[in-house]
Design a protein around this ligand. Structure first.
Ligand code: PNS
Length: 167
């Protein structure tokens, strides 16, 4: 029987409860969900790829059809190497739509057989982003309900270290 495999790509720096919400939703509708962290990002990350792999693996270990991996190069090439039929992306608000649509069209141009599937996270996460989480952590704000507790501890430790070294 044909298995439907989807890739959920992203930076996940750090993973948030919004990402986990989407992973859980994706895992319900696809036979296998590969959460794929981009390695060659233009962004300078707060956490290394290995740290993000570990964080995501730790938070998703109970979902048996979810795999956490990393990839380099074009998403369509990675998707093909996984035998994936779809790319999963989250849309929180209308403001996400333009960027996501552009990527989806470009990926379709590069590989017309690969479908992009958009899902919405729970409304409570519609304003949540890794960028805001990093900023709140750096300024000592409350992160409850925004990231898993394991990620919060790592974030506090990392931001604390960054603050000390910038003194
Ligand atoms: O979490 P992000 O930063 O919004 O994720 C962006 C990501 C990783 C999905 C995107 O940058 C990507 O797919 N990069 C891989 C390179 C690629 O295939 N580029 C062309 C995509 S249109």
């Amino acid at each position: 029987m044909k298995r439907t495999i989807a890739i959920y790509p992203g930076t996940f720096d750090p993973p948030t409860n919004g990402h986990l919400d989407l992973i859980q939703r994706g895992a319900k509708i696809f036979d296998e969900l590969v959460v794929a962290i981009l390695r060659n990002s233009e962004k300078v990350p707060l956490f290394t790829v290995d740290e993000r792999l570990e964080m995501l693996r730790d938070c998703t270990r109970t979902w048996k059809n979810v795999r956490i991996e990393s990839f380099e190069g074009l998403l369509v090439d990675y998707a093909r190497s996984c035998g994936a039929q779809a790319v999963l992306r989250g849309i929180r608000a209308v403001s996400d739509y333009e960027y996501e649509l552009q990527m989806a069209w470009m990926n379709r141009k590069l590989d017309p057989t690969l479908e992009t599937v958009f899902m919405m996270p729970a409304g409570a996460y519609s304003y949540l982003s890794s960028r805001l989480v990093r900023e709140i952590a750096a300024l000592g704000g409350a992160l409850g309900d925004l990231v898993p507790t394991s990620v919060e501890s790592l974030l506090r430790a990392r931001v604390g270290v960054a603050r000390q070294s910038s003194k």
